[in-house]
Design a protein around this ligand. Sequence first.
Ligand SMILES: [Zn+2]
Length: 132
Amino acid sequence: MITLEQATEIAEARDAWSVQDDLCDCVYQRIGSWFNPYIGEFLETRLCCVWAKFEAQWPELFRRTKQEPAIWDGEADMPVAVWHRQMSAHLGVPLEEARTLAGSAPKGKAKPEKISLYLPVGGDEYAEFVLG
Ligand SMILES: [Zn+2]
């Protein structure tokens, strides 16, 4: 039997799917993965693609509600796969076309460091105030 550490090494050595690998056109890329050490098998499924097939077959079971897309405010650069999907929604064009029109993804912005102040409120209790 292989250990969890060995299983993790095997998973990392494979060309594993990820939620931003852009290997499908699904808006919400989701990957399910399971490992059963007792049968020595990994199971991965592109849940997003399964959902797309479900939605095509049973559209009455899905609801989409549109809202104004948020502006990227992450500290890391916006993932390209997310950027392309945002541009597809913003421009109202298919994802394939958005990939060619989108340009560079927004850069991340470092957030200011937060400072915590602990003030006594009685006895041994303190209240935390976060500044920043
Ligand atoms: Zn998919």
